[in-house]
Design a protein around this ligand. Structure first.
Ligand code: SF4
Ligand code: ZN
Length: 262
């Protein structure tokens, strides 16, 4: 995942996963003098939730002496997640929020000249996403997830997930044993309902049949290999609105913003 001279942009939310990854990457960075680590924080504009997380993230960056860059949806896109919620009939903004977060992190990473983006998805997050993609009827999305996302066309920064084989329980344990403060309250807009059901199902399966999550992760890896061999390469255009690479005329974020700001 990493080279000795990488400049890693770590997506830091202030939750247990990203603070754990920050603590681990700092140790690695100190062993490799030509590497660099920058924390990227995104303020989605969620009142009573994100402010606390950003404070915890800032506190940790100061303690560890890590450069921190914070970008906000309001500055970048002119709208916050709270404002997006008001425009949605079902009041579930996660798909919008997720697409905008990816774009915001990418922009910030390019701004600081990072060579890779690291996110703190753990084993549980990863296998939930695998099942979500399958249940949404879009197994080819598997190609857009996984431990290392490298764009062979060189248009997107490589994204890595160093904690992808670590069960959530172990990340929580690491965070508690390290004694750092992390955000424990959940986003008021809640996670996608289907993801919650999948989480409960996988926890139940893993408890009854130990190792289920790891097996699913390995199966997804194998499926990705098979899909990559068969998937035709997609040509990328420049989004006609923002210039970012996209297989269509407009990127997903611009299409979403157009809908919610209309
Ligand atoms: Fe955004 Fe949904 Fe996550 Fe809340 S739970 S921060 S709305 S993606
Ligand atoms: Zn665009």
């Amino acid at each position: 995942m990493l080279k000795f001279n990488d400049h890693i942009a770590l997506a830091l939310s202030g939750g247990k996963d990203s603070l754990t990854l920050l603590n681990i990457l700092v140790k690695l960075e100190r062993r490799f003098p030509r590497s660099k680590l920058t924390a990227i924080c995104v303020d989605e504009g969620i009142e009573g939730y994100r402010d606390e997380a950003l404070l915890l993230a800032t506190k940790m960056c100061r303690r560890l002496g890590i450069e921190q860059v914070t970008v906000s949806y309001k500055e970048l896109f002119g709208i916050t997640t709270d404002e997006i919620v008001k425009t949605l009939p079902d009041k579930t903004p996660c798909s919008y929020c997720g697409v905008l977060r990816r774009k915001a992190i990418n922009k910030a990473a390019l701004m600081v000249n990072a060579t890779k983006i690291a996110t703190a998805h753990n084993l549980d997050d990863e296998v939930q996403t695998v099942l979500l993609n399958i249940l949404h009827g879009d197994p080819t999305r598997l190609l857009r997830s996984g431990p290392v996302l490298r764009d062979v066309r060189g248009r997107f920064l490589t994204r890595i997930k160093p904690l992808c084989d670590i069960p959530e329980k172990e990340v929580v344990l690491y965070a508690y044993l390290s004694g750092f403060e992390f955000q424990t309250i959940a986003c008021p807009h809640g996670a996608e309902a289907l993801r919650n059901d999948i989480r409960a199902f996988l926890n139940q399966m893993d408890q009854k049949h130990s190792g289920t999550k790891f097996t699913l992760q390995r199966s997804a890896e194998r499926l990705r290999e098979l899909l990559t061999e068969r998937a035709p390469g997609t040509e990328l255009n420049d989004c006609e609105k923002c210039g970012d690479p996209t297989p269509h005329r407009f990127c997903e974020a611009c299409i979403m913003l157009e809908t919610v700001m209309a």
